[in-house]
Design a protein around this ligand. Sequence first.
Ligand code: CA
Length: 225
Amino acid sequence: MRTLIIEDEHALAEAIADGLAAEGFVSDLAHDGPDGLWRALHEPYDVIVLDIMLPGLSGYEVLKRLRAARAWTPVLIVSAKAGEYDEADALDLGADDYLSKPFSYVVLVAHLRALLRRGAPARPAVLTAGDLTLDPARRRCRRGHREIDLTTREFALLEYLLRHPDEVISKTDILTHVWDEYFDGDTNIVEVYVGYLRRKIDAPFGRRTIETVRGAGYRLRGGAG
Ligand code: CA
């Protein structure tokens, strides 16, 4: 199981990672809110341990943005000071569980395992275009019964297009939603990735799901697939 630990106290973050490693969890660490959010949005984690008091963005803000981006990775909030924030607030914002510091690793691991068993609660609907299906929660893409292996970026691009079927989407729109806000390269990267996607979801099946709209951008044909 791959875990993201977003915790600004380095020693504590490393101690948690060590404790989890002993239980067979692989952990990545982020020490501030923006880095944690970026990783949570771009890497496939099974579960996220999220501190509340963080530099850059609070844990609450990270959680809010994560859910707004329809990322449903289970999140366990760990709060620094009991009573400073309410457990109900955390759960309202879309956290799946809550622990007050200090906690023992035994308890932490038990909570994480329970979360993993339960899975993400607010699973979004599977997105489809004809016989093309994309399941954001399970990170799966299929054409009919054939499983298609997509990279994280290809997956995000296809998900964005599937959420806007039959609309003309500009390359700039795609850059804004699929690449992070700090990306300052040119829009040719979008063409490159649309090409990668077509070679995986369309060309082998003789389809043309993603149309080029000359001078304007791209349009995903929602019905035809
Ligand atoms: Ca903290």
